[in-house]
Write a protein that binds this ligand. Sequence first.
Ligand code: RAM
Length: 365
Amino acid sequence: MSSRSVSARRLTAAVALAGAVTLGATACGGTTKDSNAKDSAKAPAAAPTASADPAAPLKKGLTVAFLPKNVNNPYFTTSDTGGKKAVEAAGSTYKEAGTSSATDTAGQVSYVNALTQQQVDAIAVSAQDPGALCTALNQARKNGVKVVTYDSDTDTSCRDVFVSQASAEDLGRTEVQLMAQQIGNKGRIAILSAAQTATNQNTWIGFMKDELKKPQYKDIQLVKVAYGNDDAQASFQQTQGLLQQYPDLKGIISPTTVGIKAAAQYLSGSKYKGKVRLTGLGTPNDMRAYVTDGTVQSFELWDPGKLGALAAHTAIALASGQISGAPGQTYTAGDMGTFTIGQDSTVVLGKPTVFDKSNIGQFNF
Ligand code: RAM
């Protein structure tokens, strides 16, 4: 079950068979499960504020499923590989499932339902939409499945813990600051986002708009938010469209690894290279060539592998009863150290790194 295609195929079959009571046992042939853990996992879901036992031993033999926004996005390949390593190091079984499009909310709901049918112990999901998964996730929780969102949250009432990559406010504000420095605080800018419903991008964009209200940015105008749906081709075309519509554009902020890469690709082959500034959230491996060729000066990101690992440790701590998701609870995330659950049952990985030509060579993800 560890390979993406195998798990996706199996889950597609599971969706087709949804309703069969024995689905979990049969669809997971090949997955080793701890039957003791399974029995206790079927107790009704604990309320997020329920007590937990910080001294409870970590359970082994759990099944932890990762459900990214979309599976063919290198960012999620890295994050989920981090999750897989952490799950397996803890003596549990990892699986991954997901849609190929980042705008297939019905598909994400089907996968949640299929994983619930399969009686996994925990689901770590990056939500394509804040509300669409709620009913399915709460159904999963009623069936004893612990739900962690990572990267992109749902409504807080539909999951146990959100594992956030960084402070959303910090990410939104710093992307504007990076752009403002690069264009000398003046000119028209646009945002190239991912899916129109994406919780994480929309939260960051909200803080970008707020940051832009500050007096020092009075000469910067945000003219458009475009959506490339975390699809390389659509993002490339949206970039092209932005420059057709606004030939005097000074900069683009793209808070998506797929978007910023596609925008860099477009700009680097156009007359706008080095003239229209580009920043946002990208992986060093995707962006290295564009920093080297002068298309991009600086951008930021966290380590997606660490985000996946933290999501895995959190899911296992929940499924082991060490935490229930209540603010103030602390737990050890393997070799990553101790984390404390904060407001809205959110755990924050840390501060992002800003990459430019001086440091990009030091990173490999
Ligand atoms: C894309 C996805 C993901 C986001 C990163 C920055 O890969 O939209 O959700 O966190 O970009």
